[in-house]
Design a protein around this ligand. Structure first.
Ligand SMILES: Nc1ncnc2c1ncn2[C@@H]1O[C@H](COP(=O)(O)OP(=O)(O)OP(=O)(O)O)[C@@H](O)[C@H]1O
Ligand SMILES: [Mg+2]
Length: 309
């Protein structure tokens, strides 16, 4: 069953080039979908369209067979969104903030109060619930926002860069929260931390220049890249371009050979003989992303409508 479907979505802001170009894909019902892409790739634009906040220039999208434009009022009961720039209101405590959000969504007083308390317990944030939000750390504030959407009855949650700006520990804590959240919600998130997408996402989409460049599980993405193995040359030794594969120089100046598994093993043997320091592994999402946005993968993989189940 497909939970969310985009059919040829394009979006052009007034006086600007297209922010989204013919985005066409479906995502199944469960887990976490992570949309990754450079600044300006169109991630927020797509989230806003799916969360019924923005009208596309052309194309259509549906969630649970409800059209995001025609059925927006009905859909809003089942979705909740934490926008990229969202902040908890400073002069409210988390309890007041979550409670007011639930009232605004139409819950009665006693149900809103109970859901607020239960969610705080579930996320282990009870001790912060009555502190002024302005006194909370950035990580706690983000957690409060996630708690807010979690407390609602929405079972589809959009989170636009929920962990941006968090230190590694706070980020890991929020990851735990998201793993709990995905037990009974479908989460659509965007992130610039590819490790986050790699760890959390059941499915990943790569957006670049408004186009969906790739979609699939990590393994499926790896399978779509021409060369799924990586040999990174860790010192400044001179290495030649392999017979099969490509050589990429990262922004850090590190040379990386992407190639087949067989060729990678052969190169590894040669590097050992030469005493060159290197690492060898299947491509990480970082590598895949770099490869895909720098160098389009074989066109034939992307002719059809993208659909996974
Ligand atoms: N309200 C707007 N009016 C005009 N152009 C916009 C507007 N919002 C976004 N854009 C443009 O649309 C493109 C996509 O922007 P969008 O915010 O969707 O990207 P993003 O992938 O979310 O980027 P980031 O990673 O920086 O958040 C950019 O070129 C941006 O300048
Ligand atoms: Mg954005």
């Amino acid at each position: 069953m497909q939970r969310l479907t985009c059919r040829h979505i394009s979006k052009k802001y007034e006086g600007k080039a297209y922010a989204l170009k013919d985005v066409n894909f479906s995502v199944p019902a469960k887990g976490i979908f992570a949309l990754i892409g450079r600044n300006g790739a169109g991630k927020t634009t797509l989230i806003r369209i799916l969360a019924t906040q923005l009208t596309p220039t052309s194309g259509a999208a549906s969630i649970d067979d409800l059209d995001v434009m025609k059925d927006a009022p009905r859909l809003r009961d089942t979705i909740a969104c934490v926008p990229q720039e969202a902040r908890a209101i400073n002069w409210l405590t988390p309890r007041q903030f979550i409670f007011s959000y639930l009232l605004w969504r139409g819950f009665g007083y006693s149900k809103a109060s109970k859901r607020t308390t239960d969610t705080a317990k579930k996320l282990g944030i009870e001790k912060y619930m009555d502190m002024a939000s302005r006194k909370l750390s950035g990580g706690m504030k983000r957690k409060v926002l996630v708690a807010t959407v979690m407390a609602s009855e929405a079972d589809i949650i959009f989170l636009d860069e929920p962990t941006t700006g968090l230190d590694p520990l706070s980020r890991a804590e929020l990851w735990e929260t998201l793993v709990k959240l995905k037990e009974d919600h479908f989460i659509f998130l965007t992130t610039h931390y590819l490790e986050e997408a790699e760890k959390l996402a059941d499915m990943i989409g790569i957006l670049d220049g408004g186009k969906l460049m790739a979609l699939g599980t990590l393994d499926q993405l790896r399978g779509k890249v021409k060369y799924p193995y990586s040999v990174k040359v860790l010192d400044k030794s001179n290495v030649e371009k392999p017979e099969v594969g490509d050589m990429i120089t990262g922004v850090d100046g590190i040379k990386q050979i992407v190639t087949t598994e067989k060729q990678a093993r052969k190169i590894a043997k040669q590097l050992i003989d030469k005493g060159v320091r290197f690492s060898i592994s299947p491509l990480s999402l970082d590598d895949i992303f770099y490869y895909i946005v720098k160098k389009p993968i074989e066109e034939e993989n992307y002719d059809d409508e993208k659909e996974w189940s």
